[in-house]
Ligand binder design. Structure first.
Ligand code: NAP
Length: 481
């Protein structure tokens, strides 16, 4: 299905613009070309910053209530258009339509939450140690911010940044991932339709390196908020050093799920499947490794394998599909490489383990379970970003914690247990920014989401999320007494 022959993905100062060239966007389930999208670069990126800079004084001095009203209208408009948005998302990204709908609703919830939080960015009056001084802390919008987002959640990764940035009074330049620009274009149109002032939100699709270079080099960009791989996050950090630019980074992860021997095994199986195979395993917080306590391992693995065998692979637009495609050929190659590497190092395949060759052309891989795994395998150390689940076992809680903590990553970890005591013990010892206990969907607009170690810096969501976009100015006021 072709969306349109060509789509303008460059929106600067309230105008949709063409670029010198375009790039195709394809449906990863069918390999059909959906459309061509403008391919901007360094110049477009800098023009977008200039537009955002000129819109900043007026936007940042609107009252919080005024900014809140724009966000609330955008939330309502997004919910009105949720069917169309979800369909666009599935077409370019591949995830089942039901998951796309959940993502759009979640994406809209960030606009609603930050419409409310816009009114709650408080300052402080500090009790002074000197009688003739008054000490104030005054929050102010940081300025123009640049947002760079990935393809795996093309809607919620965008609004998780736009919501708090616009609420705080910042103006924005946005670059979505090349594989999924259409959802971002539709979200920008939502803001256009609700009458967001020109220049407050600008979009540039195109050459990632050129756009990233323009925004890290441009001193008018005061903060880069990036979601994506640790590798690109590190590069942006290095390039931002030149201007000591503030960064907010949501990066890669390698989430363990610990199934303790008092767990409800059926619940543990359902939660593990929900966490691993959502979005075909292409989720930063999805389970990458299972550690199950030895005395329940056989029952857990046999129930897990049976249920994984019931999953339906296919086009996300079909209602029966529970696992869609991988995003592209290189994603498929990485999954194949990780499985091959594990098998060469001694793993056994309990389920799947092959490319899916059904009636579709796209990038499909069977939901896979590996057993007899060890930490030398890539799948136990690197993000596979695919539907492959290695299952290991442990005897003691201490061993589980040691296995679960990762040298590099610290984004999310899960514990399945009926014991509050054990849950607390594990939660305190796990070196991760997000812990799910009997819950594998911890993301919520009202909660601070973010990783430790090389999984990132800063938080998105919650009251903490908006503070990334605010400069706390300290004022010391001398008074005559
Ligand atoms: P990626 O390759 O790092 O790309 C992310 C974004 O950065 C895309 O828009 C990409 O543009 C852009 N980019 C690439 N090279 C760049 C450069 N040199 N300068 C500036 N921008 C550049 O990551 P991905 O493959 O899209 O996403 C998967 C990764 O994101 C995984 O590691 C996942 O764990 C992580 N993730 C983390 C979170 C979180 O909240 N922590 C959430 C979702 C995803 P192009 O698409 O045009 O190359």
């Amino acid at each position: 299905m072709v969306v349109d022959q060509k789509v303008n993905g460059i929106y600067i100062g309230g105008e949709w613009l063409d670029a010198h060239s375009t790039r195709p966007v394809q449906n990863p389930a069918t390999l059909e070309k959906l459309t061509e999208v403008s391919y901007g670069g360094y110049d477009e990126a800098n023009r977008a910053v200039a537009a955002a800079k000129s819109a900043f004084p007026e936007w940042s001095t609107k009252t919080a209530r005024e900014r809140s009203t724009f966000l609330y209208k955008a939330y309502q408009k997004m919910m009105e258009k949720k069917e169309v948005l979800a369909r666009t998302l599935t077409l370019e990204q591949g995830k089942p339509l039901s998951e796309a709908m959940v993502e759009i609703e979640s994406a809209a919830s960030y606009l609603l939450w930050y419409a409310e939080e816009a009114n709650r960015v408080y300052g402080e009056l500090i009790p002074s140690s000197k009688a003739n001084k008054r000490l104030l802390v005054v929050p102010q919008a940081i300025g123009v911010i640049a947002a760079i987002t990935p393809w795996n959640f093309p809607a919620s990764m965008v609004t998780r940044k736009l919501g708090p940035a616009l609420a705080a009074g910042c103006t924005v330049v946005l670059k979505p991932a090349s594989q999924t620009p259409l959802t971002a274009i539709e979200i920008v149109k939502v803001f256009e339709e609700i009458g967001l002032p020109q220049g407050v939100l600008n979009l540039v699709t195109g050459d990632a390196k050129a756009i990233g270079d323009a925004w890290t080099e441009n001193p008018d960009v005061k903060l880069i908020t990036f979601t994506g791989s640790t590798e690109i996050g590190r590069q942006l950090m290095q390039k931002s050093a030149q201007h000591i630019k503030k960064l907010s980074l949501e990066l890669g992860g390698h989430a363990p799920i610990l199934v303790l021997n008092d767990a409800d095994i059926d619940l543990a199986v359902d939660l593990t499947i929900a966490s691993k195979y959502r979005n075909c395993g292409q989720t930063c917080i999805c389970t990458n490794r299972v550690y199950v306590q030895n005395d329940i391992a056989d029952e857990f693995i046999s129930k897990l394998s049976a249920k994984v065998g019931e999953m339906t692979i296919g086009n996300g637009l079909e209602s029966k599909t529970t696992v869609g495609p991988l995003i592209d050929q290189s994603a498929l190659e990485k999954v194949k490489e990780h499985v091959q590497d594990a098998v060469l190092k001694g793993a056994s395949i309990a389920r799947g383990g092959r490319e899916w060759t059904g009636d579709l052309e796209g990038y499909f891989y069977e939901p896979t379970i590996l057993v007899q795994v060890n930490k030398e395998m890539k799948v136990m150390q690197e993000e596979t970003f695919g539907p492959v689940l290695p299952v290991d076992t442990f005897d003691t809680e201490e061993e589980a914690i040691r296995l679960a903590n990762h040298d590099q990553y610290g984004l999310a970890a899960y514990v399945i247990t009926e014991s509050t005591n054990r849950a607390f013990k594990m939660m305190e010892a796990l070196e991760y920014g997000i812990i799910g206990i009997n819950d594998v969907f911890p993301g919520a607009a009202e909660a601070p989401f973010g990783g430790m170690k090389e999984s990132g810096l800063g938080k998105e969501g919650g009251k903490e999320g908006i503070l990334e976009f605010v400069e706390m100015k300290y004022v010391s006021l001398g008074v005559r007494i």
